[in-house]
Design a protein around this ligand. Structure first.
Ligand SMILES: Cc1ncc(COP(=O)(O)O)c(C=O)c1O
Length: 423
């Protein structure tokens, strides 16, 4: 962006230069250097004033919650507008489960939605026997339900990677409040921040009811290959449920990467969860789903009240988004480009990072990250510290924003770390 264009003709460059440098007295050294450089070259880095993220207030860089920086699928927005006068209705007759079966190539045999007889329970039973997908208000409630399922008679035991997303383990652990004798085993990641599948296998005890795998992992963004996942699942006793959370699977940057859906369909003890929150940009609409064989799906439905049902608007949004290949492609691209930009910036700054298969990444600041996160927040840049639950106190987790958001994040981070901003 041209500095002179912004200023218009009213202020001469020289006069502005003088005034700006005097006025910059209150700024940090790195900010003043950046300003001086901007004045000399006629260019300046983007600032907060330039930022208007999608779905967020102007002047805030919101890159803490792994949301889609492009906004929502335009087709979903259009569909919501079209259906907004139907808020008084339930979303009976949704086509979403059928579309999802088709999307994942799951056959529904000769079942035809048009033949569903609402007055005949046998008609619903026939459908349920064929269904392999349960829709839910976000995938978070599915994770909650997995936690409930694993607690069972009050003695359930969950194995989860550390650091990992942690929700299933947290639910299971929370049952201790009720006097339940539940147990959680947290298995450290390998030194390259991947799931240690061998150690997770070894950790299984006769009490273990569930192993949770987040693939790719949150917060480290690391990916397990389909081969390794298959071998792992085959080695887990069939009485132990294996839950695979694929919230970020669309962002896996591995040519021909195969997801775990076939494992959920071919093994009685495997459940896969997916969400519309990330790739389709529908976090605020709360839509997710689980894929499993009939036994596990039946149990999930029982514990979750059939997934709780979707709102008419969420249903409309998801039904439209699922066919928006253009948006899916753009979402993948903005994330891949954003990661490449961050990789090169972090390299130039001498910071180590964990290469990521998700729409976020972790960076080692080699100092307490909580203070840095606080300073960034004061400057209206929202990211997460690896401190606390993840026990990675020197790391920050940065979600991939738009190019503008990432540029402002980088220049603000440099400012906070006392490094010079290059315009
Ligand atoms: C690994 C993982 N699983 C599940 C969720 C829950 O997502 P949602 O409830 O929006 O589908 C998240 C949210 O960020 C996540 O990171």
């Amino acid at each position: 962006m041209e500095f002179s264009k912004e200023l218009g003709h009213a202020v001469s460059r020289r006069g502005f230069l003088k005034g700006a440098l005097v006025g910059a007295g209150a700024l940090s050294l790195s900010s003043r250097l950046a300003l001086a450089e901007a004045l000399v070259t006629g260019k300046r880095p983007l600032t907060m004033d330039d930022i208007q993220g999608n779905g967020v207030m102007k002047g805030i860089v919101q890159i803490s919650a792994n949301e889609n920086p492009l906004g929502a699928s335009p087709r979903a927005i259009e569909a919501v507008a079209q259906h907004m006068f139907e808020m008084n209705r339930y979303s009976f007759g949704t086509r979403l489960p059928f579309m999802l079966h088709k999307l994942h190539g799951i056959a529904l045999g000769d079942f035809n939605l048009a033949n569903l007889d609402f007055d005949n329970p046998a008609s619903f039973r026939a459908l349920r026997e064929k269904l392999r997908i349960m829709i839910s208000a976000g995938s978070g409630p599915i994770l909650q339900t997995i936690g409930l399922m694993t607690v069972g008679d009050g003695t359930g035991e969950v194995i989860e990677a550390q650091p990992g997303y942690g929700q299933v383990a947290m639910v299971t652990e929370s049952f201790k409040m009720t006097g339940a004798k539940t147990n959680v085993i947290r298995v450290p990641l390998t030194t390259d921040y991947k799931h240690d599948l061998n150690a997770m296998l070894k950790a299984i005890t006769p009490k273990t009811t569930c192993v949770t795998i987040t693939n790719p992992n949150n917060p480290t963004g690391t990916l397990i290959s389909h081969d390794d996942l298959t071998k792992f699942i085959d080695a887990v006793p069939p009485t132990v449920m294996v839950f695979i959370d694929e919230a970020y699977i669309h962002f896996a940057q591995e040519p021909n990467y195969k997801d775990g859906i076939d494992l959920a369909l071919s093994r009685e003890n495997v459940i896969v969860a997916r969400t519309f929150s990330k790739i389709y940009g529908l976090a605020g609409m709360r839509i997710g789903y689980a894929i499993a064989g009939p036994k596990m799906l039946g149990k999930l439905m029982l514990y979750s009240g059939f997934g709780g049902g979707l709102s008419v608007l969420s249903d409309a949004a998801a039904t439209a988004a699922i066919e928006d290949d253009d948006f899916v492609g753009r979402s993948k691209k903005v994330v891949a480009d954003g990661k490449n930009y961050l990789y090169s910036e972090f390299k130039a700054m001498g910071l180590e990072y964990i290469p990521s298969h998700t729409n976020f990444m972790m960076v080692d600041l080699k100092r307490n990250s909580q203070e840095v996160v606080r300073e960034l927040r004061k400057r209206r840049v929202m990211i997460r510290s690896g401190m606390g639950q993840w026990n990675m106190p020197n790391f920050i987790r940065v979600s991939i924003g738009t190019q503008e958001e990432l540029e402002v994040f980088i220049s603000t981070l440099k400012d906070v770390l006392g490094q010079k901003t290059v315009g």
